[in-house]
Design a binder for this molecule. Structure first.
Ligand SMILES: NC(=O)CC[C@H](N)C(=O)O
Length: 371
């Protein structure tokens, strides 16, 4: 069977010809690289990648197929997938279909036979840029012309649920604000017996408060935190009302903004499953799963009621924050892993403990008031 040609053109003018897999057509997005050796199913379905073309640096992709378990949301969210070698014949006892079939079903374009390490070096040198993958005939000028128009900036509203839903549990009552939450976050909360209400990204504070949560978890999500309308105001009120709060990735960035800190776009971000992070209190190093292209500006936290709890070993980026007075903390990385190491799941225990302590404290305060 002859293979269909696909072309990838980057904003810097470099172009690559490869073979198509998955769907045919054309897709434009921000090109980013992920260094995980495994975990492509979780990466493809992580809503934080909405709008992005993901390059895998590991050279063989597709070899274990697609299974029924490793979904981080119901469908792939990336706008395109770039690999060196696509494995035609997957083999794994859990595999239900090939990656090619999966991408075809969901109309996502893949391109194989690409020098992904060269692209990665380009992105590292020049920073993240726009790119186009197409199976149509195209010359470079036409492609670059198409890359002129700005990318969308409403990603969170595209991936967030429209109606809230509730999952019962006997433990702490958590409101999970869905900016594009990964299934792994829900799994960690349910494993700890929480009752979870997942609410749309633009749910206002009154509605959250009326759910009487023991705590609020701000999820991960795609795009620039500054594009998420209304989130900062809601989070400010959660903090002012001393409702225990845990922010993950985009949730961490929004938590920082709500406290007067600033965020910035990184040159090429952190995406992979072995990013070393130091916990400043203990000097312990954790290997973490990461996927972010923005970060909290280091200097901006100095005049805020926040303290830095974790930093990235590789480049000193802020990776964790805690509020100095309110029961609230956040991390830039992914304690739910998926893909990646589970070393940081203790942060969910820390959140549960924080909710319990606050409940006790409020009960005690109420009792002494009644005396
Ligand atoms: N995984 C995330 O939540 C990513 C947060 C944000 N979109 C960033 O790229 O920095």
């Amino acid at each position: 069977m002859s293979k269909k040609i696909a072309t990838l053109v980057l904003e810097d003018g470099s172009s690559f010809v490869g073979t198509a897999f998955g769907s045919e057509g054309e897709s434009i997005g921000e090109i980013v690289f992920n260094t995980g050796m495994t975990g492509y199913q979780e990466i493809l379905t992580d809503p934080s990648y909405y709008g992005q073309l993901v390059v895998m640096t590991y050279p063989l992709i597709g070899n274990y197929g697609i299974n029924l378990e490793d979904f981080e949301s119901v469908k792939p969210r990336v706008f395109g997938f770039v690999v060196k070698e696509y494995a035609e014949s997957p083999s794994h006892w859990r595999s239900k279909k090939s990656l090619d079939q999966f991408l075809k079903e969901h109309r996502i374009i893949g391109i194989a036979g690409i020098d992904t390490r060269m692209i990665t070096r380009k992105i590292r040198e020049k920073g993240t840029m726009k790119a186009i993958i197409t199976t149509n005939e195209i010359n470079k000028e036409e492609a670059l012309q198409k890359l002129q128009s700005p990318l969308r900036n409403d990603q969170v509203s595209q991936v967030s649920i429209k109606q809230p839903f509730n999952l019962p549990g006997r433990g702490s009552r958590v409101v999970l604000v869905d900016y594009g939450y990964k299934q792994g976050i829900l799994r960690e909360l349910l494993e700890r017996h929480c009752e979870v209400t997942v609410v749309p990204y633009d749910t206002n504070f009154e509605t959250i408060k009326n759910l009487s949560p023991d705590g609020v978890l701000l999820s991960n999500g795609p795009g620039d935190p500054k594009d998420v309308n209304g989130a900062v105001e809601t989070i400010k009120e959660i903090i002012a009302n001393e409702i225990p709060l845990f922010g993950i990735c985009l949730g961490h960035q929004l938590f920082a903004l709500a406290n007067g800190a600033d965020t910035k776009k990184m040159k090429f971000g952190h995406r992979g499953v072995n990013h070393p992070v130091k916990e400043l209190e203990t000097n312990k190093i954790y290997m973490t799963s990461q996927n972010h292209g923005y970060s909290v500006s280091n200097d901006s936290v100095n005049n805020c009621p926040l303290k830095v709890t974790h930093i990235a070993i590789n480049d000193g980026t802020i990776e964790g924050l805690a509020h100095r007075y309110a029961p609230a903390f956040s991390v830039q990385y992914h304690p739910e892993a998926s893909p990646g190491p589970y070393d940081s799941t203790y942060l969910f225990d820390q959140f549960i403990q924080l909710m319990r302590n606050e409940k006790e404290r409020k009960k005690d305060a109420q009792t002494s008031w009644n005396k």
